[in-house]
Write a protein that binds this ligand. Structure first.
Ligand SMILES: C[S@@+](CC[C@H](N)C(=O)[O-])C[C@H]1O[C@@H](n2cnc3c(N)ncnc32)[C@H](O)[C@@H]1O
Ligand SMILES: [Zn+2]
Length: 403
């Protein structure tokens, strides 16, 4: 099917996600067009981000239930509008969803998608640069309760204006898809964008998420605002963080107490979380004496709130998204690991390092439990676990599990 959205003519198809039906560019037919390139797709839609949007719907509903009032929501980089339209149709207690996209083709398509969903009374649309849009909402009576920033690559360019456009106790949701800098492939790019070094370890995706969270905390602190990470998760090609802000210089100081470094020994896998407020001598590994490498400054505090995870799980039981079982499993893992120490171990990585065969993960876990160590599984890696045992002990247990 082709339709003329104003001056724009491109092949498109109708799609359905959650309670929204909407037009999206028809990629399969566009590939047959001359000069096709993904960057030339007239309006962005990524079906693989459904899980990200499903979780956003649940988080927003859980937050609305806490606030017990109607919320004003915004998505400054809206693509085809599916996320915001889903908020309007699937979340109760939403009085306004303010969508914006700089792309005129996106504007035309979102307008049409708003109409076919019959949400014109709730969903409002503009066609500006996101920073301009957010800056026009930084006066106290114009601010939003919830802002969702889901850009191409890094969200850092929109961080400052998003924080200024958020009400006190409001929630900011950010996706970062630039995992190469964040996961340690380009540590200096991570320093430039996020103010901290990344590091290529078996838990580099956790470092990625903590760098993003730390960057939000620093950005908020400049405005005398503190942050609480109420929920966060990773997927193959992105990390996502939800923070609630709290105005006040003391709150900002409090949240900066969660900032620090993760030191890592590539020889013996020893790792150490060190807060900025501490100043220990950490140049050398206290187990094997090797020089330590580090990631950060980054967020060392909790990366999810246990009670809030439970509220998300309740919402996931009530809302059918087609992926609710998968989401419940992810949320439960995140809830359980929220109390655990930073960084996790991956048996396969350890075995690779030791040059030994890989024992069953269950055997390693029961070895550790028999020795009274705690275990927390992690949503970051399906063969990863957190523990209060040291790297040396974990390696010992891995060897024992082979027999
Ligand atoms: C990844 S897509 C958004 C996808 C959407 N959030 C979703 O869930 O489907 C990023 C969007 O940001 C828009 N964009 C890029 N730079 C922008 C800017 N400076 N201001 C506003 N929109 C921008 C692009 O046109 C694109 O539609
Ligand atoms: Zn060491």
């Amino acid at each position: 099917m082709s339709e003329n959205f104003g001056q724009c003519l491109f092949p498109f198809k109708k799609s359905v996600e959650g309670a929204a039906e909407f037009f999206v560019p028809d990629f399969s037919r566009m590939k047959t067009l001359k000069n096709y390139a993904p960057s030339k797709i007239p309006v962005f839609y990524n079906p693989f981000m459904k899980l990200n949007r499903d979780i956003a719907v649940l988080v927003l509903q859980a937050y609305q239930r806490i606030m017990k009032r109607n919320l004003v929501v915004s998505e400054p980089l809206a693509g085809c509008g599916v996320r915001g339209i889903r908020f309007a149709k699937e979340v109760s207690g939403i009085s306004e969803v303010n969508l914006n996209d700089i792309n005129p083709e996106a504007f035309k398509l979102i307008k049409r998608n708003i109409e076919i969903n019959g949400v014109e009374d709730t969903v409002f649309l503009t066609n500006k640069d996101a920073n301009l849009f957010l800056s026009q909402h930084d006066a106290p009576h114009k601010r939003f309760d919830y802002i969702d920033i889901d850009p191409f690559g890094t969200p850092v360019h929109f961080l400052d204006s998003a924080i200024r456009a958020l009400k006190n106790k409001g929630v900011l949701a950010l996706t970062a898809t630039d995992l190469a800098p964040l996961c340690g492939v380009y540590p200096t790019a991570a320093l430039r964008k996020y103010g901290g070094f990344s590091l290529r370890t078996e838990y580099s995706q956790e470092i990625a998420l903590r760098l993003l969270a730390g960057c939000i905390a620093f950005a908020a602190a400049k405005h005398d605002i503190g942050v609480n990470i109420i929920f966060s998760h990773k997927n193959n090609h992105y990390v996502r963080v939800y923070v609630q802000i709290n105005q006040g210089a003391k709150k900002a100081n409090q949240s900066l107490k969660n900032i620090g470094f993760i030191y890592h020994c590539f020889k013996c896998l020893n790792r150490k979380a060190v807060f900025l407020t501490q100043s220990p001598d950490v140049a050398e590994c206290d187990v094997c004496g090797s020089t330590l490498r580090f990631a950060g400054p980054l967020w060392l505090g909790k990366i999810a709130d246990k009670d809030f995870c439970e509220l998300i799980e309740i919402e996931a039981c009530q809302k059918r998204t087609g992926d609710e079982n998968r989401i419940r499993k992810i949320v439960r893992l995140i809830r359980d690991e929220s109390d655990a120490p930073p960084t996790y171990f991956v048996v396969d990585y350890i075995c690779d390092k030791l040059g030994i065969p890989i024992p069953p993960l269950t055997k390693v876990i029961s070895q550790l439990r028999q020795n009274n160590y705690k275990i927390w599984f992690t949503h970051f890696h399906n063969r990863g676990f957190r523990t209060d045992a040291t790297a040396r002990t974990v390696m010992e247990m891995v060897r024992k599990a082979l027999h």
